[in-house]
Design a protein around this ligand. Structure first.
Ligand SMILES: [Fe+2]
Length: 443
């Protein structure tokens, strides 16, 4: 056990308060009834998220590290378990909308109870592992804050009245904003002595508690990346509409076999939240967290709520491809972590900037939309899951999933980094997921 520096504990407490209150702030516009809705298999009710994030702190930190800690309610240990099978049984995910009991005031009291206990723990100079777990709990809370945003978007869209999450917020874009033309930026990774060889991922310093990374980002290791070009910005709605208008959803030559079958069986004809609307020039309206907007108004914004299959089909139609996760990280590691994220309060992707850079630069790497890559989600060489039940956090999902990079417009800014690997099944559309094009060779 290392001796704790007071600054580490103090900064963690500050971060704990900020992250926990950010979750509650986001829920402010929602009614108690909104908090109960579970409108698709991927989503959970907001009320469940509020309880489960507290469960995480109680189960993995307070029960193990706070002397004489008494659980708020012993039933919650299994009731709000999500998928940690080594902890025992849990309710089926699809039943979460039936949790009208415990009532909301108990869930809110549970959050306060856990908050107070974490503060007591931090006052007691906890050991290093407790601090690491609190840091993990905060990253977990931020992941669930993003899920609250995407789950409530789906819930409100499913409501026949299609209410907005916030009706009065600023529009995601203005009609005067035009995205710059797509440029290609060339990269030749590696050194002349080792062309193409670069290090990817992160090996955190075991003596430092300041740098957080999930186990799936580790260890740092060399990979080979051939010369490549990356699109200077994200693909826009206007570009995606051209794919639709050229029969993209009816031409099997662009689709992976599983993608074609999924698209046909699900009846997809456009991204999730696009709705035919003859009153608009484009023929579509798009549901946003601000309510429906004409696609005419959003045409220059990055396209979002695409499955991997749709992103991949678009790239083939365009004559290019999706980047690998290593190409993406190689470029992102050279850039500051800045962009349209949750704190900007747009709650929707925004138009790329006309920077006038010559030569062109890559922009929109962080925020706006999670970028589908072509990389399967697997462990890096030497990957080791966390010990114990926490080993179920990431590692057990390393089959049949695809990596996304960069965060979205509802990702908290302090949550994202160049090495961060998100992952979803290739048919997933309810996240803010879009794409950036790539192609082989450097010019
Ligand atoms: Fe969770």
């Amino acid at each position: 056990m290392l001796t704790q520096q007071p600054t580490t504990t103090a900064s963690l407490l500050t971060r704990f308060r900020a992250v926990r209150s950010a979750t509650m702030s986001f829920c402010q516009p929602l009614t108690p009834e909104d908090l109960m809705v579970q409108s698709c298999p991927e989503a959970s009710p907001v009320k469940w998220h509020l309880a489960h994030t507290s469960w995480f702190f109680e189960t993995f930190i307070l029960s193990e590290f706070l002397t004489a800690y008494e659980p708020f309610n012993p039933e919650f240990r299994w009731l709000f378990n999500s998928y940690y099978k080594s902890l025992g049984e849990m309710p089926e995910k699809k039943l979460r909308a039936s949790f009208s009991r415990p009532p909301l005031d108990q869930i809110l009291a549970y959050r306060c109870y856990v908050d107070a206990a974490i503060e007591r723990l931090l006052e007691q100079t906890p050991d290093e592992e407790a601090l690491r777990r609190i840091a993990l709990g905060l990253e977990h809370e931020q992941q669930h804050l993003e899920l609250i945003a995407t789950d409530i978007k789906h819930a409100l869209f499913t409501n026949p009245l299609h209410p907005a999450y916030i009706a009065s917020a600023a529009s995601p874009t203005s009609q005067e904003n035009i995205a710059p033309p797509l440029d290609w930026v060339s990269f030749t990774p590696g050194l002349p002595s080792h062309p193409g060889i670069v290090d990817i991922g992160i090996t955190p310093d075991p003596a430092s508690l300041e740098t957080f990374a999930f186990d799936n980002e580790t260890p740092r290791h060399p990979v080979y990346i051939a010369p490549f070009q990356l699109g200077s910005r994200l693909t826009t709605c206007a570009e995606y509409l051209a794919f639709i208008d050229e029969g993209g959803y009816t031409r099997p030559e662009f689709w992976l076999s599983e993608g074609w079958d999924t698209m046909r069986s699900e009846g997809w004809q456009a991204p999730l939240y696009w709705h035919p609307d003859t009153a608009t020039k484009s023929g579509w309206s798009v549901y946003t967290l601000h309510g429906f907007r004409s696609l005419d108004e959003l045409s220059e914004t990055p396209v979002c709520h695409l499955s991997f299959f749709e992103a991949d089909a678009f790239a083939r139609w365009a004559g290019h491809r999706l980047p690998t996760e290593f190409e993406w990280e190689f470029v992102a590691a050279q850039q500051p972590i800045a962009g349209n994220m949750l704190e900007s309060e747009h709650l929707h992707p925004t138009v790329a900037s006309n920077t006038g850079d010559n030569p062109p630069q890559v922009q929109q790497l962080f925020g706006d939309v999670w970028e589908w890559t072509q990389s399967p989600y697997t462990g890096y060489p030497g990957y080791k899951p966390l010990p114990g039940a926490l080993g179920e956090y990431n590692g057990k999902f390393m089959s049949s999933q695809v990596v996304l990079r960069g965060g979205s417009c509802v990702t908290p800014q302090t949550h994202i980094r160049a090495t961060y690997r998100n992952f979803f099944s290739p048919g997933t559309r309810w996240q803010f997921s879009g794409l950036r094009l790539a192609r082989d060779g450097a010019s």
